[in-house]
Design a protein around this ligand. Structure first.
Ligand SMILES: *[C@@H]1O[C@H](CO)[C@@H](O)[C@H](O)[C@H]1NC(C)=O
Ligand SMILES: *[C@@H]1O[C@H](CO)[C@@H](O)[C@H](O)[C@H]1NC(C)=O
Ligand SMILES: *[C@@H]1O[C@H](CO)[C@@H](O)[C@H](O)[C@H]1NC(C)=O
Length: 330
């Protein structure tokens, strides 16, 4: 059943999708911020553990530094996942700004990546975002750039190719591109230049060295990429925003949608029909995010992964890639 649906969606796909955009046997295992259930998110070590746990993709989120490096961090602020507030040399950088996001304008106080140089970012050490997760590696690991992550992935893949194993890819998100553009950071072009530098700015190069998927909450940025590259594009949507979705519109620009689980299941965790509708529009569906330690009431991790599998999703963002590997390969 699962296989049949996948084959049908391939047959009617609008363009030649990248070969690495699907796995015919099971959904893609996308390690949300790395194996962040175990290791502080977006560190090289969180990515390495995710790859060891058979994730197909690590998932870097990008924000620019003052000196135009793309640093990997989920938030534009640094305090949730680093020791920035413990370091007196950075006290002067604490400030308040209004940021344009897909959820509207948000005023925040804290330490903004765009005010730091890369050399300053490298003085920070990462910590677990969620207080109930293992703290063993807190304050030991560095924040990294997208260049460092891609160097790691390409090297890992050279070994994998020698051993005839599947490659590990990077499923890259630009955070708040409209805001950064308004502040003079051409983040879309910066990312393209980085991908070019590694020879992975198109499907051909990416397929050989490091599978690349680009994701964003802003459709305009994905439209920009659709003109510059044939790399697969995924539009992220958030049911919390309350905005209606338009699959026809998305399908004219991107290859897939990344909805939060709230689009896939209702509050009782029954299907909403979202996945089937997306598939009718030739869109792959990669929902976010499964956290084995923060599950919906009354469900085990196994039940949640299997519910998603039976819903025919094409990939899942999980913070526990070992679980996805176990339950998607039963
Ligand atoms: C980080 O800063 C934000 C914004 O000032 C604040 O809401 C949050 O509680 C802080 N988190 C931590 C872990 O300090
Ligand atoms: C958000 O702020 C920007 C820049 O100040 C402004 O152009 C835009 O209209 C604001 N958006 C909303 C939804 O208020
Ligand atoms: C959805 O998008 C299509 C294509 O952009 C457009 O023609 C259509 O009017 C939109 N539908 C709604 C309900 O907004």
């Amino acid at each position: 059943m699962w296989l049949l649906t996948v084959l049908v969606s391939i047959a009617i796909a609008k363009q030649t999708p990248a070969p690495y955009l699907q796995n015919l046997k099971r959904p893609l295992n996308i390690a949300h911020r790395g194996a962040s259930g175990y290791i502080p998110e977006h560190t090289l070590q969180a990515y390495d553990v995710a790859a060891y746990m058979s994730a197909d993709y690590i998932e870097p989120d990008l924000n620019p530094t003052k000196d135009f490096h793309l640093v990997i961090n989920h938030d534009n602020l640094l305090n949730e996942t680093s020791n920035v507030e413990l370091l007196p040399q950075f006290a002067y950088l604490r400030t308040t700004k209004t940021i344009q996001t897909y959820e509207g304008n948000i005023t925040e106080t804290g330490w903004f990546i765009e005010d730091f140089t890369l050399e300053q970012i490298k003085q920070l050490r990462a910590k677990q975002r969620l207080s109930f997760r293992p703290k063993t590696f807190n304050y030991l690991l560095e924040k990294i750039t997208i260049d460092e992550a891609l160097e790691w992935a390409i090297k890992e893949n050279e070994n994998r190719k020698r051993n005839k194993k599947n490659l590990v890819g990077a499923y890259i998100e630009l955070k708040n591109p409209t805001y950064y553009n308004s502040k003079g950071f051409p983040v879309q072009q910066m990312l393209l230049n980085t991908l070019k530098k590694f020879g992975i700015d198109d499907i051909k190069g990416a397929n050989e060295k490091c599978p690349i998927i680009l994701q964003c909450f802003e459709l305009e940025t994905l439209e920009f990429f659709s003109k510059e590259t044939d790399l697969p594009l995924v539009y992220l949507i958030d049911s919390g925003s309350g905005l209606p979705y338009n699959m026809t519109e998305y399908a004219s620009i991107v290859h897939g949608v990344g909805p939060d689980i709230g689009f896939i299941f209702n509050t009782k965790y029954d299907s909403t029909g979202f996945v089937a509708l997306a598939h009718q529009n030739n869109l792959f569906v990669h929902p976010w995010t499964i956290r084995d330690d923060t599950l919906p009431a009354g469900f085990t991790a196994k039940q949640v992964y299997l519910k998603l599998l039976y819903e025919n999703i094409d990939g899942i963002f999980t913070e526990f890639p070992d679980s996805a590997n176990t339950y998607f390969n039963l």
